[in-house]
Design a protein around this ligand. Structure first.
Ligand SMILES: [Zn+2]
Length: 299
């Protein structure tokens, strides 16, 4: 991506120091695995953010029960240093991330304006290893996530190393796509989609709830495609990088990598093929109206 001339967003915070992390991790002994995770998700819709967090944990191949200890999210015990928004303490990769964020603001400002609305940008909250969020503790193992409670995107930039090494998706566009996907969730939040889905999920079975979640995720992928197209900053090879990232973090690929036979009912982000398809839809059209993952016939 040609981000050199892009304006850095000022909508960020850097969480200071190490927070207390999780207290009372002793729970354990629950066996775990996805089978345990799903009822947990089903019963925990009180906090939409927790759901998002759990799903990201699942996608990242982390057993949330290891973190949750008996199924309860435990808030950090200590106060961390207050978050700062002093640009002087940003690292190079954080500066770069803020250019990506700036480009999302430019694009979504435009899209909202076209619809006669005003875009309220999200805040990018940087933390290192562990931090706090409006949805409970943030741990780098969760991967980047969006918290609807405080409408912030949480990112430990070390994830980009993981994206390259563990998920085999290198490149600046792959990284930018990850940020744009989370901003896509923010757009869904502003549109009221996250709230509606959350409400419906409480009324339906686990399998249906997961199917809804897949649609949420695929739409965020499509929105990332819309962003990419509208930035006008794509270079040769970017499309392939984005596709590689979308492919490597599809649920079926992750489940296979974890030694499991893919079980479509348990997908929460969509298969690799679906993720690539929806990213491409956004990329080809640059039109969020083409991202109606909910309007299509089931599967
Ligand atoms: Zn997502």
């Amino acid at each position: 991506m040609r981000l050199d001339d892009e304006r850095e967003s000022s909508n960020f915070e850097v969480q200071g120091g190490r927070s207390g992390g999780f207290g009372g991790l002793g729970g354990g002994g629950l066996g775990g695995g996805l089978g345990m995770l799903l009822p947990l998700i089903g019963s925990r819709f009180g906090c939409g953010g927790i759901v998002v967090v759990l799903i990201i944990l699942a996608v990242m191949g982390v057993n949330p029960l290891n973190l949750l200890g008996g199924g309860d999210v435990v808030s950090p015990q200590q106060q961390s240093a207050p978050a700062s928004s002093d640009p002087r303490q940003l690292t190079e990769i954080q500066h770069w991330s803020l250019k990506v964020l700036g480009s999302t603001e430019r694009v979504w400002d435009q899209v909202f304006q076209e619809a006669g609305q005003t875009y309220q940008p999200t805040i990018l909250s940087f933390y290192s290893q562990s931090g706090t969020s409006g949805c409970g503790a943030a741990q780098s193992a969760m991967g980047p996530f969006y918290c609807p409670n405080d409408q912030k995107v949480y990112l430990d930039t070390d994830f980009f190393t993981e994206l390259r090494n563990r998920f085999g998706a290198p490149g600046d566009f792959a990284q930018a796509y990850v940020i744009a996907h989370e901003v896509g969730h923010h757009v869904q939040d502003l549109e009221g989609t996250l709230g509606q889905v959350n409400k419906r999920q409480r009324a339906v079975s686990e399998a249906e709830g997961n199917a809804l979640q897949v649609r949420v995720e695929l739409q965020a992928d499509c929105y990332a495609g819309v962003w990419a197209k509208r930035t006008g900053l794509m270079e040769a090879g970017d499309l392939e990088e984005g596709m590689k990232a979308a492919q490597s973090i599809g649920d079926d690929t992750l489940q296979k990598a974890a030694g499991r036979r893919p079980v479509p009912e348990s997908f929460t982000h969509g298969s690799s093929a679906e993720r690539m398809e929806w990213l491409r839809r956004g990329l080809d059209s640059g039109d969020p109206a083409q991202c109606d993952t909910f309007g299509r016939a089931a599967s």
